[in-house]
Design a protein around this ligand. Structure first.
Ligand SMILES: Nc1nc2c(ncn2[C@@H]2O[C@H](COP(=O)(O)OP(=O)(O)O)[C@@H](O)[C@H]2O)c(=O)[nH]1
Ligand SMILES: [Mg+2]
Length: 472
């Protein structure tokens, strides 16, 4: 294909009449949910280019074109001047040159230009409407361009006239394929690229590279999704929030509030992971509707023995200890943020002395160390105590990721995540065999016990989640 930018593997022009789903196909094919899709027929007069880019390369560019407006008249003009079938492509070029200058047939001039410049043709029809012979003029014009072309049978409504459409389309296109803009997923897109490969021998190498990169990228996205999910799972297993609690305050009054805050933080963590997955699949503008993580699923040992931790000293103690003078502030802060027992005399001396002399004794109580005020106690809320919680979160994440990766970008309605009866009873993890369940369960336990994860455990969990994503 000529006239292409160097870093681009393939270029297609999507053509057809207005309101047949051209822009929707462009949107789904380029995974771009910013392509304008119009519920009401709206003629546009100019072409717009969209591309799918991976790693700095353009796997393909799709030109969204204005619809044919007066194909009959255009074909007449062409036929009046035809002397030989061999000159047809040149005649179409002559047509575009002539009328670009006069401003007549603006839609046809605009949509033919990228085709004449080398783009492959994707001709879109809506097979939920009956076939009419008046489509023949535009199909004939496309044939005259001599460019490789494929017909895509989209269906906007529920009626089905595909059989009669096919009989007509077969006369003009060597490949006719169904391609539903709203339901076509990754495999359908890949199949379309493979089919186009057959149409254009000069583009085989470029399309092969494009297909290989698309596939590698898809695998990479699944891996990245699995990583985002497994990182979120680690947090679901270990997350705590800390709230300052004065020595003599009645913490009972705060209990509800802290619990609410913890739940909000957990939900926010889940939302962040969902957003990460949506961005991996280029669903930038996705609106999602779903049930939040159920209130009663997030239970914590709010005031168990381990919950309280003495954090600092009161103003008086600080002032007194400050006189001792002390160690390097930085090192001691590290010890603190690492959760080390910093009550050992020397550390306290160092910490408080260091801080007091650093910030001035009078301000010491207001100094925040790794986000916590010195002085008083800290309540630690979490982690979630229910051992089933991580499984629930895992199932939710898998169902979400599957829905997102399979969603066509042309669909503009909110993504409604609401598991059916069956899924509620047995989620994706419930379908695992016993060994796989044990493996994942053991990883959960290891993370829960350690209060975090190491790279080996994290990697193993990511592997298991990736396998689950692949299987579901
Ligand atoms: N249900 C459904 N609606 C579709 C499909 N393709 C297009 N539409 C709708 O048909 C209308 C026209 O689509 P659009 O892509 O703007 O058509 P264009 O004028 O040819 O670019 C929009 O409301 C789309 O949402 C499809 O595959 N399924
Ligand atoms: Mg459009």
């Amino acid at each position: 294909m000529s006239a292409q930018p160097r870093d681009e593997f393939a270029r297609f022009a999507v053509v057809g009449r207005v309101n047949k789903g051209k822009s929707s196909i462009v949107s789904t094919f380029t995974e771009d949910d910013a392509v304008r899709v119009d519920p009401a027929p709206r003629s546009t007069r100019s072409c717009q280019e969209f591309r799918l880019r991976v790693g700095g390369r353009t796997l393909f560019t799709i030109v969204d074109t204005p619809g044919f407006e007066d194909a009959g008249a255009v074909l007449l003009w062409l036929q009046e001047r035809e002397t030989s079938a061999a000159d047809r492509a040149q005649l179409v070029e002559q047509f575009v040159r002539t009328f670009s200058a006069t401003g007549e047939f603006p839609e046809e001039c605009e949509l033919l230009a990228p085709i004449l410049a080398g783009a492959g043709i994707l001709y879109v029809v809506d097979a939920s409407k009956p076939y009419r012979p008046n489509y023949e003029a535009e199909m004939e014009i496309l044939r005259w361009t001599g460019r490789p072309r494929m017909a895509l049978v989209n269906r906007i409504g529920s009626d089905d006239y595909e059989a009669e459409w096919r009989r007509a389309l077969d006369q003009y296109f060597s490949i006719v394929r169904p391609f539903d803009a709203h339901t076509s997923g990754f495999e359908e897109r890949l199949a379309l690229l493979r089919a186009f490969r057959e149409l254009d021998p000069s583009a085989i190498d470029a399309l092969d590279q494009s297909i290989a990169m698309l596939q590698a990228d898809w695998d990479e996205r699944r891996r990245e999704s699995a990583r985002a999910i497994s990182e979120m799972l680690v947090d679901a297993l270990t997350m705590t929030i800390e709230r300052p609690a004065g020595e003599f305050d009645d913490h009972k009054a705060k209990e509800r509030e802290w619990n609410e805050e913890f739940r909000a933080a957990m939900r926010e963590r889940e939302r962040r992971q969902r957003r990460d997955v949506e961005l991996l699949y280029h669903h930038d503008a996705l609106e999602r509707r779903e049930d939040d993580l159920a209130e009663d699923a997030i239970t914590t040992d709010l005031f168990s023995q381990k919950t309280w931790r003495v954090l600092g000293l009161d103003q008086w103690q600080l002032a007194r200890a400050g006189a001792v003078g002390g160690a390097a502030v930085g090192g001691t802060l590290d010890a603190l943020s690492g959760g080390t027992s910093f009550l050992a005399g020397t550390v306290i001396g160092g910490l408080v002395g260091g801080l007091s002399s650093y910030f001035g004794a009078r301000n010491a109580a207001r100094v925040e160390v790794v986000g916590r005020p010195l002085g008083g106690r800290v309540a630690i809320i979490g982690p979630v105590s229910d051992a089933n919680f991580a499984w629930l979160v895992l199932d939710r994440a898998i169902l979400h990721a599957i829905a997102v990766s399979g969603r066509a970008h042309a669909v503009r309605a909110a993504l409604v995540l609401s598991p059916g009866e069956e899924e509620r009873r047995v989620g994706p993890s419930g379908k695992l065999d016993a060994r796989e369940r044990d493996t994942i369960g053991a990883l959960f336990n290891r993370i829960r016990r350690a209060g975090g994860t190491d790279s080996e455990t994290a990697g193993a969990l990511t592997d298991r989640v990736a396998a689950l994503l692949e299987r579901t």
